[in-house]
Write a protein that binds this ligand. Structure first.
Ligand code: BGC
Length: 748
């Protein structure tokens, strides 16, 4: 049996060393705009030595810009705080002019001229809005995610942003939680691969380089397990689950070089994350070896009194600093109360200085002294918009998941002339943008109606019948029926309105909203070929819909190129190639439904087994599921050799053949299962995936390399264990299908 500690290094020593090494570099060359104060090549430590208590605290203050009329700006009071050196970072102030103006105050008018860092939530892009993160997870394509993050970083960088509160790495098994839309889905392996891609995409060639953003993985940790799927609710997870499910993406993001992490506002096992010393100092810093800045989530310090773990705001400041929160986002607890806390408890001074050093070092790594102001990006920045729109369109098509396609309704036959667009969403330009578009300046999405009109010109006829979010009238219903009757095919645009997903948007039901079941029934009664196009930001429970329509295309919230991308897939210019990053349940009563559960001593079967008497236990659509316009056949899973020792590798492969009539992309998935061990292991765990493209009739040998570590697991103490024994291995199209092969990891 092998053991591997997450990180044995002493992070504090490493951190200090890193400061000393970097000490003489960052401030040496100053931008032409820099203040005379900042021009001195001071090390972070010397800078700290010159700071007053208020200035030190100031570096830990993250001020949110305020909305004034149509503008997002800093108030006069906030500008004064910047002038007094009482702010270290600004959130949500965007635009070259606005950020440069405020930066000038920090650089030229504050006593020490320390630059500010401008932060924003670049979740779906900045100007160009890409598909929501859950949709990007459905692409199972880390290169695509890397590319999207890179382009989003360039757009944001040009408008002054240097730090993004992204990626959101909260694995979630509960689709009632609206923030599933912002995250990577239910699986820690997929989430980890995407975590690395996001971080690498944002940070490009290195922090501080033009066009890059510092990433801030969030929300540490297990926020996705909020009880009952209710946002902000308490989280209770075992240490074991923490290590197995919720920590891996963060660990991977740290390894990929994330320089900051956001602590969640929820409590974990009774202690709010921002006051949780064990979580932040022991686990995140010591065990995971994270040395960067820890920032609180919005207002989280202010909530400590509400949670009931601080008697007043001074105690909240004390507990947060003691726990390891370096920066306080927007609560002003540090700004107004940390001074009193430090004066009352002198031992806090050392912690305060450590936090300030970390923030200064972060700014140094971003080259803020050298380049405090915005700069235009070199060419080809001029062609951004076009390139980004192309990428947004391509990205969206890869995120769509074809859930059903009975009788080959899709792609639509070129002979179709009359298309009925029905439902509430075919001409909606807001919803396809997804929940994070509200804080970003950009245009609406291309609607399905617009794109189809563009595409068909006078070669076809489009009939439309909307559907209200309120009570449908007899007229609404009659129009739907008339439209459907006249058409060759009916495209039903249904699903959730954008405000039903994202923060503070938990749902207790997971069916179609706003009477859309009735709409589906009306269309089904006409017996025309029908395609349901589903907009949503979470897994939904839609067994009736699946029974009533021959074809179902999950498009999530596809971003600004929504209509074009949907048309590309409906008309067969592109094949749908997304796969579900979350299991779709049959009902809310089944929750949680996730593929990597344990087997139990009594797997579902007849009486006295782990089952429901009124529902199957398996999901409606499993994790990893998705069809395309062709079919793939999987050969048997073979391994060479069949048994291996630690430090050896094994190759596992299978022949995959395109047995359909069209070219297509397949996401080939590798799963493993330990048949015995100290801990009961999940019935399957994803360990690899590859996207392949095959022409009709073409076949390809798809191979994965496995090593002992891929079969290991984190135990409840955070020790990585690899146990010898027999393992099942699947190479399959999703988490439910396939015939396993077996491999053996030998002793020693
Ligand atoms: C969210 C964070 C976000 C922050 C700043 C909070 O409400 O939980 O994800 O980064 O606001 O906008």
């Amino acid at each position: 049996m092998g053991l591997r500690k997450a990180d044995k290094k002493n992070p504090v020593a490493a951190f200090t060393l890193c400061l000393l090494l970097g000490a003489t570099t960052g401030l040496a060359s100053q931008a032409q705009h820099a203040s005379p104060h900042a021009a001195r090549p001071l090390s972070s430590q010397k800078l700290v030595a010159r700071m007053t208590l208020e200035e030190k605290i100031g570096q830990l203050v993250l001020l949110p810009a305020v909305v004034q009329g149509k503008e997002v700006t800093l108030s006069q009071d906030q500008r004064e705080l910047v002038r007094e050196g009482k702010a270290g970072a600004i959130l949500n102030l965007v635009g070259a002019e606005a950020t440069d103006q405020v930066q000038a105050i920090a650089i030229r008018e504050s006593r020490l001229g320390i630059p500010l860092v401008f932060a924003a939530d670049v979740i779906q892009g900045r100007n160009t809005i890409f598909p929501i993160p859950l949709a990007l997870a459905a692409s199972w394509n880390p290169s695509l995610v890397r590319e999207v993050a890179r382009r989003a970083a360039e757009e944001a960088w040009a408008s002054g942003v240097r730090w993004t509160f992204s990626p959101m790495l909260d694995v979630s098994r509960d689709p009632r939680w609206g923030r599933m839309a912002e995250g990577p889905g239910e699986d820690p392996y997929l989430a980890s691969r995407l975590a690395r891609a996001w971080v690498e995409g944002f940070q490009g060639k290195g922090l501080g380089q033009p066009g890059t953003l510092a990433s801030c993985p969030k929300h540490f940790v297990a926020y996705g397990a909020a009880e009952g799927g209710r946002d902000y609710n308490s989280v209770e997870v075992s240490d074991h689950l923490l290590w197995e499910v919720y920590l891996p993406p963060f660990l991977e993001a740290i390894r990929a070089g994330a320089p900051s992490i956001m602590a969640a506002f929820v409590s974990l096992n009774g202690i709010p994350a921002v006051a949780n010393q064990k979580l932040l100092r022991d686990l995140l810093r010591k065990q995971l070896g994270f040395q960067g800045v820890i920032v609180s989530d919005w207002g989280a310090l202010g909530e400590l009194t509400i949670h009931g773990v601080a008697k007043d705001r001074v105690e909240a400041a004390f507990k947060a600093l003691r726990a390891g929160i370096d920066m306080d986002m927007s609560s002003e607890i540090y700004l107004r109360n940390l001074g009193s806390a430090v004066r009352a408890k002198r031992e806090l001074e050392a912690l305060l200085e450590e936090a300030v050093l970390r923030v200064l070092e972060f700014k140094r790594r971003l080259h803020l002294w050298e380049h405090p102001f915005t700069q235009p990006l070199p060419p080809p920045s001029a062609s951004w918009t076009k390139l980004d729109r192309e990428l947004a369109r391509k990205a969206a098509t890869q995120t769509f998941v074809l859930l059903k396609n009975e009788g080959g309704v899709l792609p639509l036959s070129p002979t179709i002339r009359r298309i009925a667009l029905v439902g509430p969403l075919f001409d909606n330009s807001e919803t396809p943008l997804g929940p994070w578009r509200t804080r970003q300046p950009q245009s609406g999405a291309v609607t399905l109606l617009e794109a189809l009109q563009e595409e068909l010109g006078d070669r076809g006829e489009i009939l439309t019948a909307g559907w209200p979010w309120g009570q449908p009238t007899q007229r609404d219903k009659a129009k739907v029926l008339a439209c459907a009757r006249q058409a060759d095919v009916v495209l039903l645009s249904i699903g959730e309105l954008v405000h039903m997903d994202g923060e503070s948007a938990s749902r207790a039901t997971l069916g179609l909203p706003a009477g859309q079941e009735e709409l589906v029934e009306l269309v089904a009664s006409v017996h025309k070929p029908a395609v349901a196009i589903l907009f949503n930001g979470r897994a939904l429970a839609l067994p009736e819909l699946v029974n009533q329509v021959p074809a179902l295309l999950e498009v999530w919230f596809p971003g600004v190129e929504s209509g074009h991308a949907i048309c590309d897939v409906l008309l067969g210019k592109e094949s749908p190639s997304g796969r579900l990053p979350v299991s779709f349940p049959r009902s809310v009563g089944q929750l949680p439904v996730y593929y990597n559960h344990r087997r139990t001593g009594r797997p579902p079967g007849q009486m006295f087994t782990s089952r429901y008497i009124d529902s199957p236990v398996d999901p409606l659509f499993p994790f990893g599921y998705g069809l395309t316009y062709t079919q793939f056949q999987y050969g048997a899973c073979q391994s060479t050799p069949r048994s291996f020792h630690r430090r050896e590798k094994i190759r596992v492969g299978a022949w995959i053949q395109n047995v359909g009539k069209r070219p297509g992309e397949e996401v080939v998935q590798l799963y493993v299962r330990a048949l015995s061990g100290e801990l009961a292991r999940p019935i399957r765990e994803l360990k690899g995936f590859q996207r392949i493209y095959l022409l009709p009739g073409q076949r390809q040998w798809v191979e994965f390399s496995l090593q002992a570590e891929d079969l290991g697991y984190w135990d409840p103490e955070g020790v990585f264990r690899v146990e010898p024994g027999i393992y099942q291995v699947w190479i399959s199209p999703n988490s439910q299908e396939g015939i396993p092969g077996t491999i053996e990891l030998l002793e020693g």
